[in-house]
Design a protein around this ligand. Structure first.
Ligand code: UGA
Length: 453
């Protein structure tokens, strides 16, 4: 929304949220999320045509276009638990829009939703407010965290789905006119609602599938002496495949890939497509396998036990250039190591100690439901230490695990790290950021995903 305000000075954008604390943060000098370049965009138009408010109803009533970006986590209980998207927040947003509207509105689905959600939303809106014409559009977001501003400024495509009626087409044109302020017309794609909704799930599923494919290869590389980076390079040179998204890793994380695939699996199952559901489920299963394979590698290399040993964790965010930890592989890896009674010392340049402790105390799928949060047991908490420097984390450690590809981990003084560690000094690179040869020369015992041992 900040980018829309930034690029369209003639449009007034009001971001509303029921959380007063969140809105206050957006109105302050310290934005509530870390995203390179975002601060400049927000400060460039806040108070001009970009406003943040918790007076939700007033601003929704006044708007011509309402973007709904509420979260759609995986359901934790009831029908479809563990797979289906929980649309509670979406439904209550739709009911509120219906309640407060006095003029016609275009309601835009920005959150990722199951296919056919627009139909349900349309029913809620029209049955609760008979006098008003609501047009529902699907306008899924394709930005990635860490590169959000670049992705928004120069999107590969903007996708708008709408009804094939004259009113639907008019609504599509209205939203198209917003993006046309800065996106070339040929990059704004329009289609029917269901195609647009499904395209978002399909894009994320196929991206995640590429990662699980290369991660599956990484296991075979380790077993055979091949090098996964060389394999990925050779494969990516095929112009039909392309070089992006072929980096083997400790496993993909983030709030979207797993959630969207599980949602896709559920939709397939509901439509009786068992084989298709099983195919996509495998992408998540390989990801879980990759995380547990990493933990096993750490434990087995360190003489089959890490009990009482200090392990440094470098990087906790699910990828570099973000402070976001949702579904980060680091949570599962830390749980695995704590399960074997290790003492862990964590350093991430953007994630706070509070956040890390909360993440480690939560059960899977709980990040969206903090009311279910259990405090970490005092015994477990004693084994976790969060520090603000990589050298501090690695001091006296028996092993180091690199779990996020932060640039600074490429440039660490590894001789200094080595000198401060217990011997033999182990390093497990879950992101292939270090120079294996150089570190072996220093004296480290090195494991790097998909590389010869
Ligand atoms: C992803 C998609 O890339 C966006 O297009 C989409 O809009 C977004 O989800 C969403 O649905 O909101 P995001 O999760 O922010 O974006 O980040 P990605 O860059 O896709 O990375 C996801 C995970 O995959 C990270 O843990 C990353 O480290 C991992 N990854 C990525 C790999 O392990 N290997 C790769 O080659 C690429």
């Amino acid at each position: 929304m900040a980018m829309i305000a930034f690029k369209c000075p003639d449009i007034e954008v009001v971001v509303v949220d029921i959380s007063v604390a969140r809105i206050n943060a957006w109105n302050s000098d310290r934005l509530p999320i870390f995203e390179p370049g975002l601060e400049d965009v927000v400060k460039g138009c806040r108070g001009r045509n970009l406003f943040f408010s918790y007076d939700v109803e007033k601003h929704v009533a006044a708007a011509d276009i309402v973007f709904v970006s509420v979260n759609t986590p995986t359901k934790t209980r009831g029908l479809g638990a563990g797979k289906a998207a929980d649309l509670t927040y979406w439904e209550s947003a739709a009911r509120m829009i219906a309640d407060v509207s006095k003029s016609d509105k275009i309601v835009v689905e920005k959150s990722t939703v199951p296919v056919k959600t627009a139909e349900a939303i349309e029913k809620i809106l029209t049955h609760n407010n008979k006098g008003i014409n609501f047009q529902i559009l699907s306008n899924p977001e394709f930005l990635a965290e860490g590169t959000a501003i670049e992705d928004l400024a120069k999107p590969d495509r903007v996708l708008i789905g709408g009804r094939e009626t004259p009113e639907g087409q008019k609504a599509i044109e209205a939203l198209k006119a917003v993006y046309a302020h800065w996106v070339p017309e040929e990059n704004i794609i329009t289609m029917n609602l269901w195609s647009a909704e499904l395209s978002k799930l399909a894009a994320n599923a196929i991206l995640a599938q590429r990662i699980s494919s290369i991660n599956a290869m990484s296991a075979l590389c380790e077993a055979t002496g091949a090098d996964v980076s060389e394999v990925a390079y050779a494969v990516g040179k095929d112009s039909r495949i392309g070089p992006k998204f072929l980096n083997a890793s400790v496993g993909f994380g983030g709030s979207c890939f797993q959630k969207d695939i599980l949602n896709l699996v559920y939709i397939c199952e509901c439509n009786g497509l068992t084989e298709v559901a099983n195919y996509w489920k495998q992408v998540v299963q390989i990801n879980d396998y990759q995380k547990s394979r990493f933990v096993k590698r750490v434990v087995s290399s360190m003489f089959n036990t890490v009990s009482g040993k200090k392990i440094a964790i470098l990087g906790f965010a699910f990828k570099k250039d973000t402070g976001d930890t949702r579904e980060t592989a680091a949570i599962d890896v830390c749980h695995g190591l704590l399960g074997d009674n290790a003492k862990i010392s964590i350093y991430d340049p953007q994630v706070t100690a509070d956040q890390i402790m909360r993440d480690l105390a939560m059960n899977k799928f709980d990040w969206d439901h903090p009311q279910h949060l259990q405090p970490m047991s005092p015994t477990a908490a004693k084994k976790v230490d969060v520090v603000w420097d990589a050298y501090e984390a690695t001091k006296n450690a028996h092993g180091v695990c690199i779990l996020t590809e932060w640039d600074e981990f490429k440039k660490l003084d590894y001789k200094k790290v080595y000198d401060g560690m217990q011997k033999p000094a182990f390093i497990f690179d879950g992101r292939n950021v270090i120079n294996v040869e150089e570190l072996r020369k220093i004296g480290f015992i090195v494991y790097s995903v998909g590389k010869p041992l």
